[in-house]
Write a protein that binds this ligand. Structure first.
Ligand SMILES: Cc1cc2nc3c(=O)[nH]c(=O)nc-3n(C[C@H](O)[C@H](O)[C@H](O)COP(=O)(O)OP(=O)(O)OC[C@H]3O[C@@H](n4cnc5c(N)ncnc54)[C@H](O)[C@@H]3O)c2cc1C
Length: 333
C-alpha cells in the first residue's frame, strides 16, 4: 500500500502538525505506544517491563531541532533520564538521534553533545548509547560520528537499515559494535534502497545471518515479524550461537504478548520505549509501517472526550488516512 505509506511518512515530516500535536500530549492512540510525557511515567513503565525480565532502550522523543538551545535541552533531558535510570536501578539504556542533538545544522555540536552523554554513561556502569538511524541523507554523518567515537568509547552502537543497499558494507564495517538490525522506517529512493517487502525481508535475513556468525558484540534483532523471529531461533540453534550474543527487540505497545512469550522462553528481550511530548512523527511512522495501527487511533477517536481534545489534528490525520487507504485499495483492484 505505497500510497498510505507515503501519506503517513509525508505527514510525519510536517512541522506544523508536529507542533500542534506537541501541545496536546500523546493522543489519537499514541498513548498506547508512547510511555507518557514525564520521566516518572517512563520509569514506572520501565520497572513494569523489568519485572517481566525485559530490558529497555529509551527514546526521548524529539524532532525538528533547529537551534543550539533546543539541542541543549534535548541533551539535558537525555542526561536526566540516564540519572533516573541509574537512581532507580533500572535495566535500561538510551537510544538517541543525532538530529535531536543538533546534527542538522551543526554536526560538531551534535558530536560534542553525544560525547558528553557517553562520558556520563561511563559513570553509570557503561550504559549503552545507541545512535538511531534516520533518513538516508543523515547516514554519512552518523557513520562519521561513530568513527570518531568508537575508539574512545566501547558503549556506543548504531542501527543497520536492511532496506539500504549499503547495509551489507556497514555490517562488515562494524563487527565490534553492538548493532540493532531493522528493516528501515523511512521512504527512500530506489537508487539507494530495496522497495518491495520481499526484497527487504530477503536482505534482512541475509544480514542477520552474516552478522550473527561474525559479530564480536551483541546483535539486536528488532522486528515484530514472527516469521523472521522463528527463522532466527532456528538459525541460532543450528549454528550453536549462544543466547548472550543476541537479543530480540520490539517497540513499546506492539505485539506485547509475543514479546513476553519470547522473554519467557529464555531469550534476551529489549523493548524500545519512547516517551515525551514530541510523539506525532514517531506515531505517524508506525502508521506508515502498518496501517492496521490506525485501529489505535480510531478507537480513541470515537470517544467524545477525545474528539473535543484532538479536534483538528485527529480529523485531518484520520480523515486523510482513511481516504488514502480507500484510494490505494481502488488502485490495487
Ligand atoms: C526496537 C526497534 C527499533 C527501531 N529503530 C529504528 C531505527 O533506528 N531506524 C529505522 O529506520 N527504523 C527503526 N525501526 C523500525 C523498523 O525499521 C521497521 O520499520 C519496523 O520495525 C517495522 O518492520 P518489522 O520488522 O516489524 O516488520 P513488518 O515488515 O512491518 O511486518 C512484518 C510482519 O510482522 C507482523 N506484524 C508486524 N507488526 C505487527 C503488529 N503490531 N501486530 C501483529 N503483527 C504484526 C505482520 O505479520 C507483518 O506482515 C525500529 C524497530 C524496532 C522494533
Amino acid at each position: 500500500m505505497p500510497l498510505v505509506k507515503n501519506f503517513f511518512i509525508g505527514i510525519s515530516n510536517n512541522a506544523f502538525l508536529n507542533k500542534v500535536a506537541k501541545s496536546m500530549g500523546p493522543s489519537l492512540g499514541a498513548n498506547r505506544v508512547v510511555a507518557g510525557n514525564t520521566i516518572d511515567q517512563l520509569i514506572d513503565k520501565i520497572q513494569q517491563l523489568n519485572d517481566k525480565g525485559i530490558t529497555v532502550t529509551v527514546d526521548n522523543l524529539g524532532e525538528f531541532v533547529e537551534t543550539e538551545g533546543e539541542a541543549l535541552l534535548a541533551k539535558q533531558e537525555i542526561l536526566k533520564v540516564m540519572y533516573a535510570i541509574n537512581n532507580h536501578n533500572c535495566d535500561a539504556h538510551m537510544s538517541v538521534k543525532l538530529s535531536q542533538l543538533g546534527a542538522e545544522f551543526d554536526l560538531e555540536l551534535a558530536y560534542q553533545n553525544l560525547r558528553e552523554i557517553l562520558l556520563k554513561a561511563n559513570e553509570f556502569n557503561n550504559m549503552h548509547i545507541n545512535i538511531d538511524t534516520e533518513k538516508y541523507d543523515s547516514l554519512f554523518e552518523i557513520t562519521q560520528t561513530i568513527d570518531r567515537l568508537k575508539g574512545e568509547f566501547k558503549n556506543v552502537g548504531t542501527v543497520i537499515q536492511a532496506y539500504l543497499y549499503k547495509a551489507d558494507a556497514l555490517v562488515d564495517k562494524y563487527p565490534e559494535l553492538r548493532l540493532r538490525m531493522v528493516k528501515g522506517a523511512y521512504k527512500e529512493d530506489e537508487s539507494i534502497a530495496y522497495q518491495t517487502k520481499e526484497d527487504i525481508d530477503k536482505n534482512y535475513i541475509h544480514l542477520l545471518e552474516k552478522r550473527l556468525n561474525n559479530a564480536q558484540h551483541i546483535t539486536s534483532i528488532a522486528t515484530h515479524d514472527d516469521k523472521i523471529i522463528n527463522h532466527v531461533k532456528q538459525f541460532v540453534k543450528d549454528n550453536n550461537i549462544e543466547r548472550d550474543r543476541f537479543e530480540f527487540q520490539m517497540l513499546y505497545g506492539f505485539r506485547t504478548e509475543l514479546a513476553e512469550q519470547i522473554a519467557k522462553e529464555g531469550y534476551n528481550f529489549c523493548v524500545y520505549v519512547p516517551y515525551g511530548d514530541d510523539w506525532f512523527g514517531y506515531f505517524m511512522r508506525r502508521l506508515a509501517e502498518r496501517p492496521q495501527n490506525l485501529n489505535l487511533a480510531l478507537k480513541e477517536f470515537i470517544s467524545p472526550e477525545s474528539i473535543k481534545k484532538t479536534g483538528f489534528i485527529a480529523g485531518a490525520v484520520i480523515g486523510f488516512g482513511i481516504i488514502a487507504g480507500l484510494v490505494s485499495k481502488m488502485f490495487k483492484k
